[in-house]
Write a protein that binds this ligand. Structure first.
Ligand code: FEO
Length: 170
């Protein structure tokens, strides 16, 4: 049985993963209509992964005797100033999610919920990988410069095709 404090903070994460999915969906749609099919592809896949994360939190809460709350979600921004600001926003958002996951770990330690602490560790590892993937994209972007966004877009498409994006198995 989940303690109230843990159930609450896990439900907060359901909302945050859901918002992440919507945010990347909005970015993907923007990229698709701005002539960047590779980046759109990457972002659509990212959005699906976030939806999967949300589902994992929902199932975990329910499996442990809690009650997952399906949230109404805030409308994400739907205009972006360019590719670099977009990926900078992705990195900032992932850093926010990492901090959020760390707060769950802290709550688990305080409440001595070793089971949830053990379960959440895959998300701790996932966040290291997600931040590093986005940083890698930003580094590539610095190398190619704004003149070669076409090449950059193809490059991102290759990254997806090689399956470099992360996914957490249940
Ligand atoms: Fe589900 Fe990108 O954190």
């Amino acid at each position: 049985m989940l303690k109230d404090k843990i159930e609450k903070i896990l439900n907060r994460q359901v909302e945050r993963e859901g918002y992440s999915s919507l945010l990347y969906l909005s970015m993907a749609s923007w990229a698709e209509t701005s002539g960047y099919p590779g980046i759109a592809d990457w972002l659509y896949a990212q959005s699906n992964e976030e939806l999967d994360h949300m589902l994992q939190f929902i199932h975990y809460i329910n499996d442990r005797g809690g009650k997952a709350v399906i949230p109404g979600l805030e409308t994400p921004p739907n205009e972006f100033e360019g590719i670099r600001p977009l990926f900078e926003a992705v990195l900032k958002h992932e850093q926010f999610i990492s901090a959020s996951i760390n707060e769950i770990v802290t709550a688990c330690i305080e409440e001595q919920d070793h089971t949830t602490n053990n379960w959440i560790q895959k998300f701790v590892s996932e966040q290291i990988e997600e931040e590093s993937n986005v940083q890698e994209i930003l580094d590539k972007l610095s190398l190619v410069g704004s003149q070669n966004l076409y090449m950059f877009d193809r490059d991102i498409m290759d990254m997806r095709n090689k399956g470099e994006s992360t996914g957490i198995a249940e």
